[in-house]
Design a protein around this ligand. Structure first.
Ligand code: NAD
Length: 488
């Protein structure tokens, strides 16, 4: 059985405690590898390695850093099959999705930031003929990167790549539920020539590894993606220590379909937005609002299309939906199937474990894609993040009503609008309280855009120039240009 190791100072090491946690394949329910149960002692070693590496890495020419990151991207692509298989077994997602989304996007993250650092510029501001001001942007030191289990390598590299590209060194912690591909990434980083200590990966639990990492006085900057409750506890630790903080947290995203929409497009995209990756994407459209005149026909077509999704062995090429990440998460998601019914909802399809799973997957953590109607938008099912294959559909009567419905949760990550009315599309987009709005699409990403959430979905934005700014400290230098005694 594979024993995953921590990656500290360029070498693979056991956790100091010598203890390990079981790592379960969600599609079979069986333990298949072991994850280090690290603690603050391992974090201390990793921070020490990152601190030592900073002096040299932060002064390494950008072109050299860029080349190493480009090599890492190449190696990720070269190892696509191995990495995709590892992501599939660790997470339960379809292998086809890991191959087409998770792993290619991880390579893209490295490639994007490797080249971005070669094209940055800085401005100078002249105060008449008296002074010139310019801004240096310098790496901030040791950065802590903490990532979740739903898109393991993709979200891990979304933080790590820009942090090291801009000259910082990193101590990173991925989710204890999906450690395998980040473990494999360590090897690729060494092969690419990344100097020891630039990236350190400590595996283990949130309270034993994540919390001490956030609280460590030598860690200047925290980039976190995960749940809103965890984000809030990280903020409580980091704020009094004046750490720079980016929090990408949960969502409960509205998907609004006006009667004038291209209904085939709205239907196809909405099914994908609801159930891709088992509904375990922070951007999933889990609340669908349909204008009343189209409501009945949309619901009927949506249910039919949902029933065509194949839930099954993630290794099968025709599987649309695999297993949920863990038994505990499945229990949480299932509890919302019960809650929705207590709240007066009707389950139109799904809500139970599929009966026709192959023998290998009999003990896996599967749930049919589930569609609920009849719920009020203020009930708990429609207010709380479920993060699974459950979606509720509700009718609306007017533009202003649906804007209120959409904005009624504490979250504000993303929103989707389907309409062919250009004016309305822009008008509603401006009124939705969400960090990203898609019009007639979903999940289209351009790495140059600032990505993140409003309200309890997070703070700070990552993406493009925003990320480069986040991971660097601006320092203003003012040069006096003449000695005119009338000017101070
Ligand atoms: P989580 O908050 O439980 O865990 C995220 C990471 O934080 C894990 O590595 C975990 O070990 C660590 N952690 C847990 N407690 C910690 C603590 N006290 N201090 C420091 N670190 C700690 O989230 P999850 O269940 O892994 O992921 C699902 C959540 O992530 C969902 O809410 C989802 O919406 C959110 N998410 C958000 C985005 C986004 O971009 N906004 C993207 C993906 C997932």
């Amino acid at each position: 059985m594979t024993k995953i190791a921590n990656y500290i100072n360029g070498t693979f090491v056991e956790p100091i405690s010598g203890s390990y946690l079981d790592n379960v394949d969600p599609s079979t329910g069986q333990v298949y590898s072991q994850v280090p149960d690290s603690d603050e002692r391992d974090v201390e070693k990793a921070v020490e390695a990152a601190t030592n590496a900073f002096k040299s890495w932060s002064t390494t020419p950008a072109a050299e850093r860029s080349n190493i990151l480009l090599t890492i991207a190449d190696l990720i692509e070269k190892n696509l099959d191995k990495l995709a298989m590892a992501e599939c077994v660790d997470n339960g997602k379809p292998l086809s999705l890991a191959r087409s989304v998770d792993i290619p996007r991880a390579a893209t993250n490295f490639r994007y930031f490797a080249t971005a650092i070669l094209h940055t510029s800085s401005e100078a501001h002249f105060t008449d003929d008296l002074a010139m001001n310019y801004t240096l942007r310098q790496p901030r030191g040791v950065v802590g990167c903490i990532s979740p289990w739903n898109l393991p390598l993709y979200l891990f590299t979304w933080k790590v790549a820009p942090a090291i590209a801009t000259g910082n060194t990193v101590v990173a912690k991925t989710s204890e539920l999906t450690p395998m591909t980040t473990y494999m990434l360590g090897e690729l980083c060494s092969e690419a020539g990344l100097p020891p200590g630039v990236l350190n990966i400590v595996h283990g639990l949130g309270n034993k590894v994540g919390a001490p990492l956030v609280a460590h006085p030598a860690v200047t900057t925290i980039s976190f993606t995960g749940g809103t409750v965890t984000g809030s506890s990280i903020a409580a630790t980091a704020a009094p220590m004046f750490k720079k903080l980016s929090l990408e947290c949960g969502g409960k995203n509205p998907n609004i379909i006006f009667a004038d929409a291209d209904m085939d497009l709205a239907l196809e995209t909405s099914v994908r937005a609801a159930f891709a990756n088992q509904g375990e994407i922070c951007l999933c459209g889990s609340r669908i609002f349909v204008e009343r005149s189209e409501y009945d026909s949309f619901v009927k077509a949506f249910v039919e299309k949902t029933q065509q999704l194949k839930v099954g062995d993630p290794l099968d090429s025709d599987t649309n939906q695999g297993a949920l990440v863990s038994q505990a998460h499945l229990a949480k998601v299932n509890s919302y199937v019960d809650l929705a019914q207590q709240e007066g909802g009707t389950i139109l399809t799904g809500g139970k474990k599929p009966q026709d799973l192959p023998e290998r997957c009999k003990d896996g953590f599967f749930l049919e894609p589930t569609v609920i109607t009849g719920l009020d938008c203020n009930c708990r099912t429609n207010q709380e993040e479920i993060f699974g294959p459950i979606t509720a559909i509700m009718p609306f009567d007017s533009e202003s009503e649906v804007i209120d419905f959409a904005n009624s949760t504490k979250y504000g990550l993303s929103g989707t609008i389907f309409t062919q009315n250009l004016d309305r599309a822009h008008r509603v987009a401006a009124k939705l309280q969400s960090g990203t709005i898609w019009i007639n699409s979903w999940m289209l990403r351009d790495l140059r855009i600032p990505f993140g959430g409003m309200k309890h979905s997070g703070m700070g934005r990552e993406g493009g120039a925003e990320t480069m700014r986040f991971f660097t400290e601006p320092k203003n230098v003012c040069v006096k240009l003449n000695n005119d005694p009338n000017n101070v």
